[in-house]
Design a protein around this ligand. Structure first.
Ligand code: C2E
Ligand code: MG
Ligand code: MG
Ligand code: MG
Length: 277
């Protein structure tokens, strides 16, 4: 009896894994189809970033969306890893970059200081041709390189310092800026701020969530801002959702804020209506 029960449990667990695997394979195929059909079902949303003092718009982060007929809206945290594993992130990443530049080209006509930020995957950074592509795309778009920021997570940067140093030098000498994303979640030493030529540090939103009750979180923000400013790095704080959170962090001199309080990610048209009409 016990033996049987054990067998059933194994059957139960492996079935669960199987369902997960099947869905994963299914999603890979659906994503591939979507790419082949001209990026059908993909969309780029934009979330504004504001000047922390004045609340004036500074720019936007481009955020990928994918809505699939079978499973509905799938969050990027789920479909980006599938794109990475399948290699589809290369065509999709190029498409996102071009979409974002296209949008930015319109918006800088109304606000010449408008900055567009685009997330890069480690797969893109490890592809030798990707920097060439980015430079060409920026030149084609007419957007000044100084209005373009590429975001890379702190955790990837920290574990690939030697590789990224040269790549970042090249991106920066072209005139684009580098943002270290999700800062504070990567368990890296603060020495990374000295080693890596970043222009912007984006403090992860886990530090804002409890900012009104957690002395540590507020001190962390204050400390990182001071350290970054001392070495010429600007700080963007992610995830500010309420006026109370804004009031709590405001005295600590962050440069920019990106959070639901100022705007959620929205489609290009909506972003344009909300900010440029
Ligand atoms: P991320 O680059 O750190 O982007 C910020 C995420 O935080 C976005 O989630 C945004 O919607 C969310 N967020 C911003 N403000 C708030 C807030 O006040 N409250 C809360 N609860 N959330 C907030 P999203 O769009 O789901 O993207 C998740 C992650 O997926 C991104 O994190 C990024 O790592 C990845 N991602 C998204 N688009 C792309 C892309 O085009 N390429 C690559 N490689 N990765 C992408
Ligand atoms: Mg980002
Ligand atoms: Mg982030
Ligand atoms: Mg993130």
């Amino acid at each position: 009896y016990a033996k049987n029960k054990g067998k059933n449990q194994i059957a139960f667990f492996s079935e669960k894994i199987l369902i997960g695997k099947t869905r994963q394979l299914d999603l890979t195929e659906l994503l591939r189809e979507s790419v082949e059909r001209g990026f059908k079902d993909f969309e780029v949303y934009y979330q504004m970033q504001v000047n922390a003092d004045t609340r004036e718009i500074k720019g936007a982060e481009a955020l990928a969306r994918w809505k699939c007929e079978k499973y509905g809206q799938i969050p990027p945290d789920q479909f980006i890893p599938i794109l990475e594993e399948s290699g589809l992130i290369m065509p999709v990443g190029r498409w996102i970059f071009e979409q974002a530049l296209d949008a930015c080209a319109h918006w800088i006509k109304k606000d010449p200081d408008f900055v567009i930020s685009v997330n890069l995957s480690y797969v893109q950074l490890e592809d030798a041709g990707f920097i060439d592509f980015m430079e060409q795309a920026v030149l084609n778009s007419g957007v000044p390189p100084a209005n373009v920021v590429v975001e890379m997570t702190e955790s990837y940067i920290a574990s690939n310092i030697n590789r990224v140093e040269g790549i970042f030098d090249r991106i920066r000498s072209f005139g684009m800026k580098i943002a270290m994303d999700d800062f504070g979640t990567g368990y890296s030493s603060l020495g990374i701020l000295k080693k890596i030529p970043a222009d912007i540090v984006k403090i992860d939103r886990i530090f804002v969530r409890d900012v009104q009750t957690s002395h540590f979180d507020l001190t962390f923000i204050k400390f990182i801002v001071e350290l970054c400013h001392d070495v010429g790095i600007e700080v963007c704080l992610e995830g500010v959702e309420t006026e109370d959170e804004y009031e709590a962090v405001k005295p600590h001199d962050v440069d920019f804020i990106q959070g639901y309080l100022f705007g959620k990610p929205v489609p290009e048209n909506t972003f344009e209506e909300q900010n440029f009409s």
